[in-house]
Design a protein around this ligand. Structure first.
Ligand code: USQ
Length: 406
């Protein structure tokens, strides 16, 4: 297939582009390189040394003989460029990662909230709009988030996108319907993914677009089969307080002898998936498109759930790291249960990589190898969800003003 990978320079986009190229597809990356600009804005860099996208694709070609094409486009702003590109190339499928994906970054200031909404919602809408205008029947696979469901504990498992409800009619009967699971975002970033869901629902219904939405959990790990092939194909690895996600942050913190930064009681339960499974799921989704006229296909792209404090405890036992119990910069439930249906990918043959498979220590090794590149002052998460929370944030989890390290 000819596949456009929008946001193909990012943390999941890059290994996906390699994985799909390796599988024989003709890959075209469209990206505005915003993630690299945000690194510059925040004054941080990936733990792993990353080459330019042009250099990365050159190395891939030298290693495999396969070409990955790159086009610099800002999907949120350059509608005409996007439309012209789609008209010229007419891809069979499109994988859409081209959104600002960090919840803390989306909550940093009013400017960051505006940027995240404008960027994410416009990028998605521009794409859908162009597909309709060009009568292009490409299968659209979008990277959504488990966070659309929210983290309230209701004692029931989260279904894959749709909830069966009974509605009482005026005549007193009960009619059954399947509706999008009520969205309950926990950040401006997560809210944009909820808005995306409505855009997809409308365009699938109105124009018969073929859309798959992947509700992905927190990705951990860094390598995939293809990124291992050459040092310059390495994936990015974020450890800073805005872009670093919890498990990868704990692993790098353990590697540099920094206390593990647990927010609040660490009672938050979240869904996780290894980066290798993430790229496999995307391929499975591409191979199983919905029929034209069908509703949006939704998969829960996660393989296991864990409580934050259990992860911290496990890594502390594995590495001897200390745990810092910090005031939570986010407005979120202190404790929650989370049970998730993910049978659809398992039925399509996904054989998940588990935390217990020993890969955690491998990542500590990656972290140790590049530890010299870490700026310890960028480890604390200081982006506060509300003005009330901001004064409580601990900017120094290493100890001087810390109440409790165990
Ligand atoms: N947390 C800590 N300590 C840290 C960092 C995070 O205790 O040092 C806690 C947070 O308070 C939160 C949980 O860990 O309760 C998860 O935080 P995260 O930063 O790992 O994940 P999140 O902000 O939810 O976002 C990430 C990705 C996002 C994706 C989402 C999937 O950045 O793109 O959509 O995971 S999910 O969480 O399932 O919605």
């Amino acid at each position: 297939m000819k596949i456009a990978v929008l946001g193909g320079d990012g943390f999941v986009g890059w290994p996906t582009a390699l994985h799909l190229s390796d599988a024989g597809h003709d890959i075209h990356i469209l990206d505005n390189l915003s993630r690299r600009w945000i690194d510059t804005e925040l004054g941080v860099q990936s733990l792993t040394p990353m080459d330019s996208i042009q250099e990365r694709t050159r190395i891939w070609h030298a290693e495999t003989g396969r070409r990955i094409h790159f086009k610099l486009i800002d999907l949120a702003r350059d509608y005409e460029l996007l439309k012209n590109w789609l008209a010229e190339h007419r891809p069979d499928a499109i994988v859409h990662f081209a959104e600002q994906r960090a919840a803390p970054y989306s909550m940093k200031s009013d400017r960051h909230k505006n940027y995240t909404v404008n960027n994410n919602v416009n990028a998605t809408h521009n794409l859908l709009n162009a597909l309709v205008e060009l009568e292009l029947d490409a299968h659209l696979v979008h990277l959504g988030t488990m966070g659309v469901y929210g983290y309230s504990t209701i004692g029931a498992a989260i279904p894959e996108g749709y909830l069966a409800v009974g509605i009482e009619t005026m005549g007193g009967d009960t009619v059954s319907q399947e509706i999008l699971y009520p969205s309950n975002p926990g950040s401006v970033y997560h809210m944009t993914k909820c808005l995306d869901q409505l855009l997809f629902q409308f365009y699938a219904k109105n124009d018969g677009l073929r859309i798959t939405d992947l509700h992905q959990g927190i990705v951990w790990g860094t390598h995939t089969e293809q990124t291992r092939r050459h040092p310059q194909l390495i994936n990015r690895f974020d450890y800073d307080g805005d872009y670093g996600t919890v498990l990868n942050r704990f692993l790098i913190q353990a590697a540099i002898d920094y206390p593990l930064t647990v927010h609040g009681t660490g009672g938050q339960t979240r869904a996780f998936i290894h980066i290798q499974d993430s790229v496999r799921c995307i391929e499975l989704a591409l191979n199983n498109p919905p029929a034209r006229g069908n509703r949006v296909e939704i998969f829960n792209q996660m393989t296991e759930t864990h409580r934050v404090r259990d992860l911290a405890g496990m890594i502390a036992r594995m590495t001897g790291a200390k745990i810092a119990w910090l005031p939570n910069p986010r407005k979120e439930a202190a404790e929650n249960e989370l049970v998730v249906h993910n049978e659809k990918f398992l039925a399509l043959g996904l054989n998940p990589v588990r935390l217990e498979d020993g890969l955690l220590s491998e990542i500590v090794d990656v972290a140790k190898k590049f530890a010299y590149r870490v700026d310890r002052s960028r480890v604390p998460a200081v982006s506060a969800w509300t003005k009330d929370i901001a004064p409580l944030i601990n900017h120094d989890p290493e100890g001087k003003r810390l109440k409790s390290v165990s």
